[in-house]
Design a protein around this ligand. Structure first.
Ligand code: VG1
Ligand code: CO
Length: 565
């Protein structure tokens, strides 16, 4: 092939958000749109880092992925990349990409330098829905702000991109290596099994035998919903083939370009079928629900954990995993280096860290902030309220890892009880946890697709309101007199303890005297308009009061809803 230089002009708005660039498919399909972003990324990395590199290119398989992969392969070849790794059919979950970057070694001993991940995660897919792209670094984690800022600035000045001419489309459906001759030498595209590297890594972390024992107990029933995302490609391999779960326990596990028309977001709203099967929905099944259920998002980095008729909040989930990891998960048997959560995530993890005397960090929303802590050996387990949980085994959140962590805890708690009358359930484990550590009542409201200008105004108003706590408390007392006082209000700012970089305006916080919190943020993952997120949390230490319904307990919610103009 030859290298062609194609003239181009900048597009507005190619600024990576919380997790890469996300836009409507139609926006991405405009001539040069994807190309501009990819070239801007190569330019941000620098020719020295791109020449001779090995890059992973794959994603959650959403609509336009296959075309995008061919374009990126041709552009990589033209920019002097030595070799591209592609998961079969272009499928790799986001955590699997991270694992492949960190673990996979080519026949000649080389490892990957980075990855283009093609996903818009939990956003719907299809011709009228979303596409996304993000770049991950050599450590397997999302590019830090220093790089994404550079990428964005390059997109505003770009004049040309490089693309290989005479390089045929590569067959990504068949495993094997295809080699091509370019002006600078050989260029390879290596198509490999999407699951092997990831499955191998999971087996080094968890005790598969003890999970298998749990799954084979007649008292334990299990189901997993991939919402037609890429998790399906891993679920069958791990839960059925490795751990012996019934094939019928898998729901929506065939990856689809449009996620079957659904919204691949594992929460109580969008994972309707699973929620009903677990006995939580309105359409309660007549059958006895399974003991354990879980779901993943489109790119399989998120997870929702459910027990029989019981929902585990993600904030509780990470706290419970951290509290039990050393005993239940072999990877952590030597102890935890530290734990971390994103700012809006409830403080359930803080209480565990304090009780177990662990290093603790609070970072802004978005997984990229955990990476530095993990690279520096300061953090083993971390999580976000947005159904993201993970550990330093990779540098992304990991949906299937979280499920295996919960199965490990259940297996550990029931290890002498598998023949007993009744298994210790997910709900038992959560209630025991609340008894020891207290409970953080928690809820989040999303106001999706609202007017971007109006959302900005609301945020500005909420910041302005912070200058007078007296006024804030007057508003609250006017609605409920039994609410404790707001004692502090600010915009969250983070200084990375490893590299000293500062991230400002990371969410508007109202902190109450009794530890309750109200947090407002604008989403950074939407593709149109704005989404306002409101996070509400209240702490209850008294074990006799940790069993209430969370909507009833969260009385400060009224303040939140009435005080917003
Ligand atoms: C959301 C979540 C955030 C998460 C991000 C990416 O961001 O709140 O916690 O890290 O999505 O998740 P935002 O800016 O919309 O609030 V994923 O699974 O979409 O890559
Ligand atoms: Co995701």
């Amino acid at each position: 092939f030859k290298v062609a230089r194609v003239e181009t002009t900048p597009f507005d708005g190619q600024k990576p958000g919380t997790s890469g660039l996300r836009k409507k498919v139609k926006v991405f399909m405009q001539p040069h749109y994807l190309q501009n972003f990819v070239q801007s990324t190569f330019n941000a990395l620098g020719a020295d880092n791109v020449r001779g590199a090995t890059l992973v290119v794959s994603g959650d398989g959403r609509y336009f992925s296959k075309d995008a992969i061919q374009i990126i392969i041709k552009m990589a070849a033209a920019n002097g990349v030595r070799r591209i790794w592609v998961g079969q059919n272009g499928l790799l979950s986001t955590p699997a990409v991270s694992a492949v970057i960190r673990e996979r070694v080519a026949a000649d001993g080389s490892k990957a330098n980075g990855a283009f991940i093609l996903t818009a995660s939990h956003n719907p897919g299809g011709p009228d829905e979303d596409f996304g792209i993000k770049y991950n670094m050599e450590n397997g984690g999302p590019a830090p702000e220093g790089i994404t800022d550079k990428i964005y600035s390059n997109t505003t000045t770009i004049k040309e991109y490089l693309i290989a001419e005479g390089l045929p489309d590569v067959d990504i459906s068949t495993i094997g290596v295809a080699s091509f001759a370019g002006p600078e030498g050989q260029f390879d595209v290596d198509v490999f099994d999407s699951a092997s590297d990831y499955v191998k890594l999971m087996k080094t972390i968890f005790d598969f035998q003890s999970i298998q024992k749990l799954l084979s107990s007649p008292k334990f029933t299990f189901c997993y919903d991939a919402l037609h995302g890429v998790a399906g490609a891993y679920a069958k391999r791990i839960f059925v083939e490795e751990l012996g779960a019934q094939e019928s326990s898998l729901m929506n596990c065939v990856p689809k370009e449009d996620f079957g028309g659904g919204h691949p977001d594992p929460n109580l709203t969008y994972a309707k079928e699973l929620v009903a099967r677990m006995g939580l929905g309105k359409t309660n099944t007549e059958q006895e629900p399974p003991e354990f259920g879980a779901a993943a998002d489109g790119d399989a980095d998120r997870n929702m954990i459910l027990g029989k008729r019981f929902f585990v909040t993600p904030s509780d989930s990470v706290a419970i995993i951290a509290a039990n990891a050393v005993q239940a998960i072999p990877y952590f048997s030597a102890g935890l280096k530290g734990v971390a959560r994103s700012m809006p995530t409830s403080a359930a993890l803080d209480v565990v860290a304090k009780n177990l005397n662990l290093k603790f960090f609070e970072v802004p929303t978005g997984w990229k902030f955990f990476g530095n802590l993990m690279d520096a050996g300061m953090c083993s387990i971390c999580g976000e309220e947005s159904f993201g949980t993970g550990s330093d085994h990779i540098r992304e959140k990991d949906g299937i890892w979280a499920v295996l962590a919960w199965l490990s805890i259940l297996a550990y708690k029931n290890k002498d009880n598998l023949g007993g009358e009744k298994l210790i359930s997910v709900e038992d484990i959560v209630r025991q946890h609340w008894n020891i550590y207290g409970r953080h009542y928690y809820t989040r409201y999303d106001y999706e697709n609202v007017d971007a200008g109006g959302a900005k105004e609301l945020m500005a108003y909420l910041v302005k309101l912070q200058s007078s706590l007296t006024e804030v408390n007057n508003i609250i007392k006017g609605i409920r007199s039994d609410v404790s006082n707001v004692v502090h209000a600010d915009e969250f700012e983070y200084k990375d303890p490893v590299d000293g970089s500062v991230s400002k305006h990371q969410g508007i916080r109202y902190l109450f005297e009794d530890g309750s919190r109200l947090v407002f943020r604008l989403s950074g993952t939407g593709s149109v308009g704005a989404t306002i997120r409101l996070y509400i949390e209240q702490y209850e230490k008294d074990p006799s009061k940790t069993g209430r319904d969370s909507q009833e307990a969260l009385f400060i919610i009224y303040f939140a809803l009435y005080a917003t103009p």
